[in-house]
Design a protein around this ligand. Structure first.
Ligand code: URA
Length: 238
């Protein structure tokens, strides 16, 4: 691939705008040698734009610590999760998309990728990647929720099949950790509603073997191959 196309696809500008960057000599290799629009890409890690390394190459997987109040959509009137990423990331081709969704009022671990096959592998029902949520509830837990959620027979309203068994850990009278192996619409909120309770705050702390760790709220981090392996290292069915 020509350098011009590669850099334009990363969202740095239209082909014309990127062409202008080349004319200004802004694109160099790691040793400061000027590169040209027609040059073949070579190793993207050695390309510099205004002296800075380029954004991560296609095949990007990143995690965002989503704050409550942001929507996982490209066209909502409120604040969008994309606003927490560099503006260029919205212009990348292939497109960078959220992997599944979190409700606007849910905080925590949200993945993005531009790799369609990886996205499907993560959300595939076959993968059954464990997703761990911490819920703050409006009322004290009754005591029967863990058995109900683990039963494999709980039917949510307007669903055709019962929920897969889920694991509940009680953290405090109104605090619980719930591990799911599927992702249905508003699933955690609807599960607690089915148990006569109401979720006041919801946070996702883990997907598969990948945790938010110390990533501050509103921040993102690109995930390397080791992190990707951790994602599938725990919770994926054989
Ligand atoms: N379950 C919910 O109810 N909301 C989320 O955002 C994620 C899981």
């Amino acid at each position: 691939m020509k350098l011009l196309r590669y850099i334009a696809n990363l969202g740095y500008g239209s082909r014309r705008q990127v062409q202008q960057l080349f004319r200004e000599g802004a694109v160099t290799d790691a040793d400061g040698e000027v590169l040209y629009a027609d040059d073949e890409l070579g190793d993207p890690a050695r390309v510099r734009l205004d002296g800075e390394p380029l954004d991560p190459p296609p095949g990007l997987l990143l995690m965002l610590h989503k704050p409550a109040g942001y929507t996982c959509s490209t066209k909502d009137s409120g604040r969008l999760v994309y606003e927490l990423l560099p503006p260029r990331f919205r212009l990348r081709s292939p497109l960078l998309s959220p992997v599944g969704r979190l409700d606007r009022d849910t905080s925590g671990l949200l993945l993005f990728t531009d790799d369609g096959a990886l996205l499907h592998r993560i959300i595939s029902p076959k993968a059954q990647l464990a997703k761990v949520y911490e819920a703050t509830l409006a009322q004290d837990l009754r005591g029967d929720e863990a058995a109900l959620f683990a039963s494999g027979t709980l039917m949510l309203e307007s669903e055709q099949t019962p929920l897969l068994p889920a694991q509940l850990q009680v953290l405090a009278p109104r605090q619980a950790r719930l591990t799911l192996h599927e992702g249905r619409y508003h699933q955690v909120r609807r599960m607690f509603a089915a148990a006569g309770n109401h979720v006041q705050a919801l946070h996702r702390s883990r997907i598969g073997g990948l945790a938010l760790d110390e990533l501050p709220e509103g921040q993102w981090r690109a995930l390397d191959a080791a992190a990707q392996a951790r994602l599938f290292g725990a919770g994926e069915a054989a």
